[in-house]
Ligand binder design. Structure first.
Ligand code: FMN
Length: 338
């Protein structure tokens, strides 16, 4: 099966999930350099702020000249502002505009944006219609399976989106009340797939080839969207791509991890300029990135307690340069499947 959003082939059919404070242009560049990801999505952007040309918000919409296909995600509750925001996304040169109907954050839901829209189907419909009418580029929607377990209305909401002109929907199996917990339940995504004729992308806890293949099989979805698994292991796309093609598993060396981590630090330093902003972002990403690395908690602690960028660089270099001597065979076996 392939994933095509109108006339845009998503190849491989793996998408980097939008993540606030993570999937900025620098992180997306890291993922694109490693490869295996067919579509990148920005972190969510408030449509109201976008139309007011707030500088910080415009930075969130920045992308590299060679970053294509790229989707920019917006959120909000005002149909008019959402239409204007969508138009701005198109004018900025994005290939796709995405509506956030999945965010559980209080900040977003308080303004009836994000997953709160799933509780207000009429408003959701107005927003979808307004955005669709405002742009010519493909328009997609990302949602949860519902607001809570008594209201798993993703099949109805997704159908409405399709009828109003959406060209792909991505569904995270959790409801809003699950937040980031809950018990994995893929039947609702399967129902969305069975109901719609546009492509449906499944999301939630896809972290490796096994979980990817399982999700594809159980939902019949056209593509997969990966969030936290990509921060922890940015090679996950290549690993899944290999599995989809029936190729051997990928081998990632520790030296690769070190280079990617330090390359990322250099890139965010360029972007943030300030020591504080750079260190803050680096600590956040490396908290995920070092999970699954043998003795990773030592590395996390070292980075976490760094007061300066140079100190963090030193911690990373020393850790990886001395790691080989500490490794036992079981670590190496783990590494091959990382
Ligand atoms: C730090 C973080 C920030 C997120 N920000 C967004 C966002 O801006 N827009 C959105 O639609 N979802 C957002 N999400 C949800 C993810 O896109 C995704 O649906 C969720 O993490 C489940 O996928 P995963 O299990 O692969 O991480 C965020 C998730 C995380 C962990």
């Amino acid at each position: 099966m392939s994933l095509v959003i109108r006339d845009i082939p998503i190849e491989p059919r793996l998408i980097l999930a939008p993540m606030e404070g993570v999937t900025d242009v620098v992180f997306r560049r890291l993922v694109r350099r490693i490869g295996g990801c067919g579509l990148t999505v920005t972190e969510f952007i408030a449509a109201e702020a976008l139309r007011r040309n707030v500088k910080k918000i415009l930075q969130m919409a920045e992308f590299d000249a060679d970053e294509s296909p790229l989707s920019i995600q917006i959120y909000g509750r005002n149909p008019e502002a959402m239409a204007e925001g969508a138009k701005m996304v198109q004018d900025l040169g994005a290939d796709i505009v995405d509506l956030n109907m999945g965010c559980p954050s209080k900040k977003v839901c308080a303004h009836s944006g994000g997953s709160a829209l799933m509780k207000e189907p009429e408003l959701a419909k107005e927003i979808v219609r307004a955005m669709r009418g405002a742009v010519d580029i493909p328009f997609t929607v990302k949602m949860r399976s519902g607001w809570d377990h008594d209201n798993k209305n993703a099949p109805e909401i997704a159908y409405m989106c399709q009828e109003e002109g959406a060209e792909m929907v991505a569904v995270h199996w959790r409801t809003r009340t699950d937040q980031y917990g809950g018990v994995r339940e893929l039947d609702t995504i399967r129902q969305v797939v069975d109901t719609l004729s546009i492509p449906v992308v499944a999301n939630g806890d896809i972290i490796d080839a096994a979980s990817a293949l399982d999700t594809l099989e159980r939902t019949g979805c056209a593509g997969l969207m990966i969030g936290r698994g990509a921060i922890r292991n940015p090679w996950v796309f290549r690993e899944i791509e290999a599995a989809l093609k029936g190729e051997p598993a990928l081998s990632v060396e520790f030296g690769d991890r070190k280079d990617v981590l330090l390359g990322y630090l250099a890139d965010i330093r360029d972007r943030f300029h300030s020591e504080r902003g750079t260190l803050g972002r680096f600590k956040k990403i490396s908290g995920y990135f070092t999970k699954g690395v043998p003795f990773g908690s030592e590395l996390r602690q070292g980075i976490f307690h760094s007061q300066e960028i140079e100190q963090a660089i030193d911690v990373v270099e020393t850790f990886f340069d001395t790691l080989d001597d500490r490794l036992e065979p079981r670590h190496r076996a783990h590494l091959r499947s990382a």
